[in-house]
Ligand binder design. Structure first.
Ligand SMILES: [Zn+2]
Length: 219
């Protein structure tokens, strides 16, 4: 269930904003304008061209408190995968038809149209297949001095080409952080290994792997 309730720009909310943004809001009287919009079409008529510092033609500020309550069942295969992570193991499934290793695991192969019930453990070593240097994390208001490296890791020995096509390529892999290497030195094809959190810190999440680090000799 999702419920969205429009609110006014309360003094409390202003306190939560970074000081410079709160100052903009106060200086331009946006805190007073806020909350008067009653429809999308009326919001489109609002312009704040006088805010030269922002160099934008139209500014619409809206504050919504969104309350989301949901349950998500991970399912049989992913539940076992998450349980494995808690125990410091990367578990996958292997299709006996095409030989693909699936990590995170699935119990059906869409290449072969068959059930997959062979479980394998993988050491988690692999290569960076693509990456980004990001100057923001989960809070977009905070810009990092030094970028973090976010990469797609392809696990060793899992690259497979479909028999029927030269273009369909599969590899088991995940998106994760890479640390322990200078952002200027990270590269596609760099070999990496998982660095685990301590057992007492693991909760059955992909973040039980704290990050991936270069294998020795590839830093
Ligand atoms: Zn298959």
């Amino acid at each position: 269930m999702t419920r969205a309730t429009p609110s006014r720009f309360s003094p409390n909310y202003l306190k939560q904003l970074p000081e410079d943004l709160a100052e903009y809001v106060r200086r331009h009287g946006l805190d007073k304008e806020f909350g008067r919009l009653d429809s999308w079409s009326s919001s489109m008529e609002k312009t704040y061209t006088e805010i030269e510092e922002w160099q934008i033609d139209n500014l619409i500020i809206s504050y919504w408190h969104i309350e989301c309550m949901y349950k998500h069942a991970a399912g049989f295969a992913v539940s076992r995968f998450l349980e494995g992570l808690k125990n410091g193991k990367i578990l996958g499934t292997k299709c006996e038809g095409c030989g693909r290793v699936l990590i995170p695991p699935r119990i059906f192969c869409e290449w072969c149209f068959r059930d997959v019930d062979t479980w394998v453990e993988h050491p988690g070593t692999g290569v960076i297949s693509t990456y980004s240097l990001s100057y923001i994390g989960t809070d977009p208001r905070v810009r990092f001095e030094k970028p973090i490296i976010v990469a797609v890791i392809w696990f060793d020995g899992t690259v497979k080409k479909a028999n029927s096509s030269r273009t369909v390529l599969h590899s088991a892999g995940i998106l994760h952080k890479v640390q322990g290497v200078d952002p200027e030195k990270v590269h596609v094809g760099m070999r990496v290994k998982p660095v685990w959190r301590r057992p007492e810190e693991r909760v059955g999440s992909i973040l039980d792997i704290e990050y991936f680090a270069p294998l020795e000799g590839d830093g």
